[in-house]
Write a protein that binds this ligand. Structure first.
Ligand SMILES: [Zn+2]
Length: 364
């Protein structure tokens, strides 16, 4: 590939825009793959980057308002059951729902992507309801809409901040059908939960925390559905949606920086990346809190969604967690959550403290 077209990829990959639009694939990874892509793949990657960019511009303003929790304290009729609707975008770039293919309570249809999106929405709802008694993204039973077959060979999936999750089919080399990723769906829907709770600003350390919280609960949705305890889980993100170029996964919470040939995530503060790309490296530095969670969950033992997941959920819902929280502040609040729920001298609290110390984050 020529130098001039490499620059074209860089221009198509915006680096500094602040937005709530939350993709599973960051712009700098798309650009890195595009630099080495063959002619067939280039078109799909360029279209993906251009679409992502147009979404950032058109959606950022609409989604930028802070959504405060609006709990009424009264359970919804039907709480405990999700409200799902899956639409077929038929490879268009339309940003409004296309043809309704399956709504809540209806049986499987012939389109595998529709069914996978429906099921993975259900598994995500189930973890939040069973473990934390949370009724959907807003805790008010909000409908979750899935828009599948978005774009042509679109290499991404994202939550738009307004109730819709968009799924690309992938180009087959970098990504495959993104509806298949249970942890990817859990990750994206958790961006909605975060938006309604701590509203962590999508930039720098608070942005990396926003990303990490999505990886944590995305992985927990998968572990809960598979019935895997902390010792058995693979702690990978996106293993079910990557093509050969990104195999075996997008990210690893167990061993950040080892998930694929492009993975540059640090696992401790020694490797913290200072960059203007990807909103200050939000998909890179998330490796640090991701690894802390892995260390804490495996030190506590048993099912990660029980003690460690509860501590993280309590922290996310803690009014003391502000939108611009640093890693240290978040770590301090997880320790408070652990002490409140399990006791000051509990093994859970000790594991939280040691986990953050191991990744060299000061617990404040
Ligand atoms: Zn994300």
């Amino acid at each position: 590939m020529s130098k001039s077209s490499a620059k074209e990829w860089d221009r198509a990959a915006p680096s500094t825009s602040w937005t709530r639009l939350a993709c599973i694939i960051p712009p700098d990874l798309l650009a890195a793959v595009a630099r080495e892509a063959d002619a067939d793949q280039r078109e799909a990657l360029l279209e993906t980057m251009q679409l992502d960019q147009s979404f950032r511009v058109s959606r950022a303003e609409a989604a930028a308002s802070i959504i405060a929790p609006t709990r009424t304290g009264v359970a919804r009729v039907g709480a405990g059951t999700p409200d799902r609707a899956i639409y077929d975008q038929q490879h268009s770039n339309a940003t409004t729902p296309g043809t309704l293919m399956r709504s809540e309570g209806q049986g499987p249809v012939s389109d595998v992507s529709v069914n996978q999106a429906y099921d993975n929405f259900g598994y995500t709802y189930k973890l939040y309801w069973d473990q934390f008694h949370r009724d959907s993204i807003d805790d008010q039973g909000m409908q979750i809409q899935g828009l599948v077959h978005f774009g042509t060979n679109y290499d991404n999936a994202f939550w738009d901040g307004a109730g819709h999750m968009f799924f690309g089919d992938g180009d087959g080399q970098m990504l495959t059908d993104t509806t298949k990723g249970i942890d990817v769906v859990g990750h994206e829907l958790t961006h909605g939960v975060t938006q309604h709770e701590a509203n962590l600003r999508y930039s720098g350390q608070s942005g990396a925390l926003n990303e990490s919280v999505s990886d944590v609960f995305g992985s927990l949705v998968k572990q809960y559905q598979l019935g895997q305890d902390a010792a058995t889980a693979d702690w990978l993100i996106g293993a079910d949606i990557v093509g050969p170029q990104l195999a075996p996964a997008l990210r690893s919470m167990k061993a950040p920086g080892t998930a694929n040939q492009y993975d540059n995530q640090p696992s401790t503060m020694d490797g913290y990346v200072h960059t203007t790309s990807d909103n200050g490296g939000v998909h890179t530095n998330s490796g640090i809190p991701n690894h802390a969670f892995y260390l804490i969950a495996t030190a506590i033992g048993g099912n990660a969604w029980e003690a460690a997941g509860q501590i993280w959920y309590d922290t996310l819902a803690d009014p003391r967690l502000h939108p611009t929280a640093t890693f240290s502040r978040f770590a301090g609040l997880t320790l408070r959550s652990a002490r409140t729920r399990f006791g000051s001298s509990s093994s859970e609290a000790a594991a939280v403290k040691s986990g953050w110390e191991a990744v060299k984050v000061k617990v404040r």
